[in-house]
Design a protein around this ligand. Structure first.
Ligand code: PMV
Length: 336
């Protein structure tokens, strides 16, 4: 039996603008997705989100992957991924089967596997639960079949899996879950650079609620905005991201807060915030801190910052939410 794990991630800054080739700073977090794999005749997957488990053949999985590839191509040509998202929403089971089919094709594996998924990353909350799984699953299947993959090769497969769920993701999520630490990420020209900002303290993550829309739907919503309106907000987030790196390195709390709040303001103007996020942002700014949504938005989690993290925790609790203890900048995918 082999066991692997990949961390979740949090965007310190740069979600959404990263889709438009702007940079993002993303940290791997100390909540991980674990996959254990054992040799087996067919394929069995056990996961808490699957009401027990599912069994299927490699042939069925590869055929579903072929269908997903075809639909993805059609959506890409029309620049509208709603038909893909609609199809994927119908059955979580089929998304997983298609994903496994894709992994088997990419790795040129025909053997079965008994897989068990156990994740400590809240599902669909902007913390990279799907990206961590998209990294851990191919890693587990590769290890089980004695296939050696470089991190770059693994990351390429993970990106293809992320495309099934999110259409045209930036690749920032899976790259962070794969490489770990804190990365400076840019889609095109492609850049995945580990940045050394020392230990990050004062950040608190808080779970708000199940997002109203999926990542793919929110990215599509932003894509449908007036181009000029959208570009102005993306440029503002990009400028804040550029300024964030020296602020993190020099532990300039005042600047970190200012830049996070600029990001949140612009994300709200792009229409990806929600009532609860706006309320928490206002309360946290009220005590001299900063707060922004994490990932695609419309719920999920928020990243808050204050030099005195206890102040954030108190405010969050007063508002009826539970702060999460999370370390930023942890190790990427690994064999346990
Ligand atoms: O919601 P998440 O955790 O999948 O993060 C999405 C981040 C976006 O920038 C909105 C999309 C992307 O592909 O980078």
């Amino acid at each position: 039996m082999i066991k692997v794990s990949a961390p979740g991630k949090v965007h310190i800054i740069g979600e959404h603008s990263v889709v438009y080739n702007k940079p993002a700073i993303i940290a791997a977090i100390s909540r991980r997705c674990y996959v254990t794999a054992e040799k087996s005749r067919g394929i069995t997957v056990k996961s808490p989100v699957l009401d027990g488990g599912v069994s299927f053949s490699a042939k069925e999985a590869k055929s579903l992957a072929g269908n997903a590839d075809r639909l993805w191509g059609e959506c890409f040509a029309k620049k509208d991924f709603m038909p893909l998202f609609k199809e994927m929403k119908k059955s979580r089971e089929n998304v997983l089967k298609a994903g496994i089919g894709k992994i088997l094709s990419e790795l040129d594996v025909n053997k079965g596997a008994s897989l068990e998924i156990d994740s400590g990353i809240p599902f669909g909350a902007g913390l990279g639960s799907s990206a961590a799984l998209a990294v851990a699953l191919p890693k587990a299947i590769a290890e089980l079949n004695g296939k050696k993959l470089s991190l770059d090769e693994l990351n390429d497969i993970s990106y293809k899996l992320e495309q099934y769920s999110h259409g045209t993701p930036s690749g920032g999520d899976n790259s962070t879950c794969c490489f770990g630490n804190i990365i400076w990420f840019q889609k095109e020209p492609r850049m995945i650079k580990t940045v050394d900002v020392g230990k990050l303290e004062g950040f608190v993550i808080v779970y708000i609620k199940k997002p109203e829309k999926t990542t793919g739907e929110l990215v599509q919503l932003v894509r449908n905005l007036d181009e000029d309106y959208r570009s102005k907000r993306m440029d503002a987030i990009s400028k804040a991201t550029e300024e964030m790196l020296p602020a993190l390195k020099s532990k300039n709390g005042k600047k970190i807060k200012q830049l996070m709040n600029i990001a949140q303001e612009n994300l709200a103007e792009l229409g990806v915030s929600c009532k609860e996020i706006d309320e928490i942002a206002e309360a946290v700014i009220g005590i001299g801190g900063s707060a922004k949504l994490c990932g695609a938005g419309s719920g999920g989690t928020m990243l808050c910052y204050h030099e005195d993290a206890n102040k954030i925790k108190e405010t969050i609790k007063q508002l009826g939410y539970e702060p999460m203890e999370v370390e930023l900048g942890v190790e990427g995918v690994r064999k346990e």
